[in-house]
Design a protein around this ligand. Structure first.
Ligand SMILES: [Zn+2]
Length: 54
């Protein structure tokens, strides 16, 4: 079977994944990626929101 239906929606999902942005914490210098643009990036290491995009 060689079905190509569903290709476009799969591409959309992939696009969302690669939109992750990289941030670095100003408090502990942890580097992490943040995906959800509706949420404030928070350092996973020390829970600080004192971060900047790299
Ligand atoms: Zn931190």
């Amino acid at each position: 079977m060689c079905t190509v239906g569903g290709g476009p929606s799969g591409d959309l999902d992939f696009d969302d994944r690669v939109k992750a942005r990289k941030f670095r914490c100003n408090d502990c210098e942890e580097e992490f990626s943040h995906i959800n643009p509706d949420k404030k990036p928070i350092c996973p290491n020390c829970d600080s929101d004192n971060v900047k995009e790299t």
